[in-house]
Write a protein that binds this ligand. Structure first.
Ligand SMILES: [Zn+2]
Length: 71
């Protein structure tokens, strides 16, 4: 029985600082910055767990609303 070592290619972890959950989605680094997510700067792709993806969606929706109000 071969046990998998820690280098499992398929699974990524969430890129939010302090979060080690399994990533379910990935967004662009730019989108993450726009949504004010706590990720390292300069990332091309940001991986998010289910929870933080929900936060991201919430944040981006709020941003859009504010932009619309500004018109
Ligand atoms: Zn997370």
């Amino acid at each position: 029985m071969a046990e998998a070592r820690h280098a499992t290619k398929a699974k990524k972890t969430c890129d939010i600082k302090g979060c080690g959950s399994e990533a379910e989605r990935s967004i662009s680094g730019k989108a993450a910055n726009n949504a004010d997510l706590k990720v390292d700067e300069g990332l091309k792709r940001v991986h998010l767990c289910k929870e933080h993806y929900r936060d991201y969606k919430k944040a981006s929706r709020k941003t859009r609303e504010i932009e619309n109000l500004g018109r």
